[in-house]
Design a protein around this ligand. Structure first.
Ligand code: ADP
Ligand code: ZN
Length: 612
C-alpha cells in the first residue's frame, strides 16, 4: 500500500479501534482498497472482516456504503460504531420517514463515514439517485455469498449489485463472506464482476477457527445431553442451541428454563415483536441461551457466544460451519457440539425425497447431506475434514476436536453389515409393514418379542446371529450403513430397503469400515475433552466479575449490548494487567480514544473498588 495510506490506516486502527496491529491479511486488504482497488475477501467468522471496509471508509474521502441483508442488526452495528466515535447511519424499511430523511441528509452533507443499506433499497430509483448525489468512498458487499445461487443462502435482491460498478466504475468495491466453497467463490466473482485481476484481488484466509472445539456425539436423550454439557462446561455462558422444528425449539427452551437456565425461543412462527425482544435480550444481557431454528443468527456478531449446540443434524457442511462459527468470535475458547442419530439420517433423507424441485436439485441436497454425514462419521480429525471440505488441504490433526481428544477406533464391520443387510433383505418381502431399526436389532439379538413372534421372525435364518454386539452398537451399525448409502428407507411406511451399493457388500466384494462410537462419556472423560477455559491469573477473576457487573449496568443505562462497551477479551486483559492510570488503560487491546475518554475513569474506579 502507499505509505500515506498505510500510515492513516494504522492511525485509525490505534486511535479509533484501540488495536495494536492488523491481523492476518487485513493490512493487505485495507491497503488495496484504500488505494482504490476491488477485493473479494473470504475469511471465517470472527476473522476481522468489518475492519477491512470500515478503515478504508474512514481513510478515503466520502462515505462508505455497506450493503448488508441484516436489517434487524443495522441499528446495533451503527450503535457499535458510534460507541467508537465513528459517524454512521443506515437506510432500511424499519425506519420512519423522519429517520430516513435524517440519514439521507447526513449522507449528502458528508456528515457520516459509513452508511448501511439493505440490498432491496438499491432497487428503488430514489436510492440510486441519492447515492448519485453524494460522494462515495467505497461499496462494501457484506454476506456476499447471498449472490450465489449454488450457495445455501441465495437472495435475489443481491443480483442487482452487479449494477454498482456500471454506475460507479471508479468506486472501489469490496465483497466479503465467511462461507464459500470453491464453487460459491467462483460464482460470487462472476456475478459481481470481480474475477481476479490486478484491480480485483482475491484474499482467501484460512478458514480454521482454532479456538472452537468441534464435537459430534451419538444422540441419546438429547435434551439431557445438552443440559449435562451446559452444566458441566458452560454454566452462565451465552450460547445458541439449534433445533430443526419450531416445536422442538419451544420444548427445548422450556425444558432449559425449568432447569434454571435463562433460555429463550426464536423461530419464524413467533410474531415479529417477540422475536425482536428475544434477540435483543440475547444480545444485551449476559449469559442468555437462545434456542432457535436456523432462521436465527446470520450477522449476529455477539463476540462472546461460548457454545453453539445442534440438537439435529444440519443439512450441509456450509450451514453447519456458518452456524458453529457464531461461537467464539472474540477468539476465546468455545464449543461447537452436535448430537445426531439414526433418526436424523432417516428424517433428512425423507425430506430430500419429499422436497419439491427437480432431480438435479434433489441430487444437490443429497450431496450436501452426504458431506455432512461423512463429517459426523469420520474417525479422522474433524477440523482437517472441515478444512478439506472448503478446499484447504494439508492441515495437521488439531488436538482440539473430539476425534483428536478421544480417538474413536475403526473396525471391520463387513460381517456386521452383511448381517443387517440380509435381515433387511428378508424383511423386504413384507413391505406393507413398518419394521424399524428396533425390529432388525431384535431379530439379530434373538429376542422373542411380541412383534417378532407375530411375524414369525424367529424362524428367519438370521434370528439370533448377532449376539456379539450390544443393542447400542447395532444402532450405530444401522446408522452408519444409512449414512454410507448402503441402506435406504422407502415408501409410505419408511421401510428399510437395500441399495445398489449394498449388493457388493452382501456378495462380499466390498469391505465396510465402521466407527466405534465412544462409550457415553464419563465425567472424567468429559473433563479431559472439555474446552480449555481461558485462564485468568490468580486474583483476577473477581476483578473481571466486577468489571462485568459495571459493564452490565452501563449497557443497561445506555440501552446498548454489553459488548458495545467493551468485549470480554478487553475486560479480561484489564483485569489481569490492572492498569494504574488512563495512559496504561489506553494501551489495552480494544480501548480506543473514544472509549478511553468515555469510560476510562469509571473503569479505574471499578478497579480501585475491587482492590479495596
Ligand atoms: P467478522 O466480521 O469477520 O466475523 P469481526 O470484524 O466482527 O469479524 O471481528 C471479530 C472480532 O475481532 C471483533 O471483536 C473485532 O473487534 C476483533 N478484531 C478485528 N481485527 C482486529 C485486530 N486487528 N486486532 C484485534 N482485534 C481485532
Ligand atoms: Zn482434531
Amino acid at each position: 500500500m502507499t505509505a500515506p495510506a498505510l500510515e492513516s490506516a494504522l492511525d485509525v486502527l490505534h486511535r479509533v479501534f484501540g488495536y495494536d496491529s492488523f491481523r492476518g491479511e487485513q493490512a493487505e486488504i485495507i491497503g488495496h482498497v484504500c488505494d482504490g482497488g476491488d477485493a473479494l475477501v473470504l475469511m471465517p467468522t470472527g476473522g476481522g472482516k468489518s475492519l477491512c471496509y470500515q478503515i478504508p471508509a474512514l481513510v478515503r474521502e466520502g462515505v462508505g456504503v455497506v450493503v448488508s441483508p441484516l436489517i434487524a442488526l443495522m441499528q446495533d452495528q451503527v450503535d457499535a460504531l458510534r460507541a467508537l466515535g465513528v459517524r454512521a447511519g443506515f437506510l432500511n424499511s424499519t425506519q420512519s420517514l423522519d429517520e430516513r430523511r435524517a440519514a439521507e441528509a447526513a449522507f449528502l452533507a458528508g456528515e457520516i463515514d459509513l452508511l448501511y443499506l439493505a440490498p432491496e433499497r438499491l432497487r428503488v430509483p430514489a436510492t440510486l439517485s441519492l447515492l448519485g448525489r453524494g460522494k462515495i468512498a467505497l461499496f462494501a458487499i457484506d454476506e456476499a455469498h447471498c449472490v450465489a445461487q449454488w450457495g445455501h443462502d441465495f437472495r435475489p435482491d443481491y443480483l442487482a449489485l452487479s449494477e454498482l460498478h456500471e454506475r460507479w466504475p471508479d468506486v472501489p468495491r469490496i465483497a466479503l463472506t465467511a462461507t464459500a466453497t470453491e464453487a460459491t467463490h467462483a460464482e460470487i466473482a462472476q456475478r459481481l464482476d470481480l474475477r481476479p485481476s490486478e484491480r480485483a484481488r482475491h484474499f482467501v484466509a484460512s478458514f480454521d477457527r482454532p479456538n472452537i472445539q468441534y464435537r459430534i456425539v451419538p444422540k441419546d436423550k438429547p435434551r439431557q445431553q445438552l443440559l449435562d454439557l451446559l452444566r458441566a462446561e458452560h454454566p452462565g455462558d451465552a450460547g445458541i442451541v439449534y433445533c430443526l422444528s419450531r416445536n422442538s425449539v419451544e420444548q427445548t427452551a422450556e425444558f432449559l428454563a425449568t432447569q434454571g437456565i435463562p433460555a429463550l425461543p426464536y423461530h419464524a412462527g413467533l410474531d415479529a415483536a417477540t422475536r425482536a425482544a428475544n434477540q435483543a435480550r440475547f444480545l444485551r444481557e449476559d449469559g442468555v441461551v437462545m434456542v432457535a431454528t436456523i432462521a436465527f443468527g446470520m450477522g449476529i456478531d455477539k463476540p462472546d457466544v461460548r457454545f453453539v449446540a445442534h440438537l439435529d443434524l444440519p443439512k450441509s457442511v456450509e450451514g453447519y460451519y456458518q452456524e458453529t462459527g457464531r461461537a467464539g468470535r472474540d477468539g476465546l475458547p468455545s464449543t461447537a457440539w452436535l448430537t445426531y442419530g439414526l433418526a436424523d439420517v432417516v428424517q433428512q433423507r425423507k425430506m430430500i425425497d419429499d422436497s419439491d424441485g427437480d432431480l438435479a436439485h434433489r441430487r444437490r441436497l443429497a450431496q450436501h447431506l452426504d458431506a455432512m454425514l461423512a463429517l459426523c462419521e469420520t474417525v479422522e480429525c474433524r477440523r482437517v475434514q472441515l478444512l478439506n471440505y472448503f478446499d484447504q488441504r494439508g492441515a495437521e490433526p488439531c488436538g482440539n476436536c473430539d476425534t483428536c481428544l478421544t480417538p474413536p477406533e475403526s473396525w471391520d464391520g463387513t460381517v456386521a453389515a452383511q448381517k443387517v443387510l440380509s435381515t433387511v433383505f428378508r424383511l423386504d418381502r413384507e413391505r406393507r409393514q413398518k419394521f424399524g431399526a428396533g425390529q432388525i436389532i431384535d431379530i439379530l439379538l434373538g429376542r422373542r418379542t411380541a412383534k417378532v413372534e407375530q411375524f414369525d421372525h424367529h424362524s428367519l435364518t438370521v434370528f439370533g446371529v448377532g449376539t456379539e454386539l450390544s443393542e447400542g452398537e447395532w444402532r450405530g451399525v444401522v446408522r452408519q450403513l444409512m449414512a454410507k448409502g448402503l441402506l435406504a428407507v422407502e415408501g409410505t411406511y419408511q421401510t428399510f430397503v437395500l441399495t445398489e451399493a449394498s449388493r457388493g457388500v452382501l456378495r462380499g466384494e466390498q469391505q465396510v469400515l465402521l466407527r466405534r462410537d465412544p462409550e457415553r462419556q464419563t465425567r472424567s472423560r468429559t473433563r479431559s475433552a472439555r474446552a480449555p477455559q481461558a485462564e485468568l491469573p490468580a486474583g483476577a477473576a473477581p476483578v473481571f466479575e466486577r468489571l462485568r457487573a459495571w459493564r452490565g449496568a452501563a449497557a443497561k443505562e445506555q440501552g446498548v449490548p454489553a459488548y458495545v462497551i467493551f468485549h470480554d477479551a478487553t475486560l479480561r486483559e484489564i483485569a489481569s494487567r490492572s492498569p494504574a492510570n488512563l495512559a496504561e488503560l489506553g494501551r489495552v487491546n480494544g480501548v480506543g480514544e473514544n472509549k478511553l475518554a468515555k469510560y476510562g475513569e469509571q473503569v479505574l474506579a471499578t478497579l480501585a473498588e475491587a482492590a479495596s
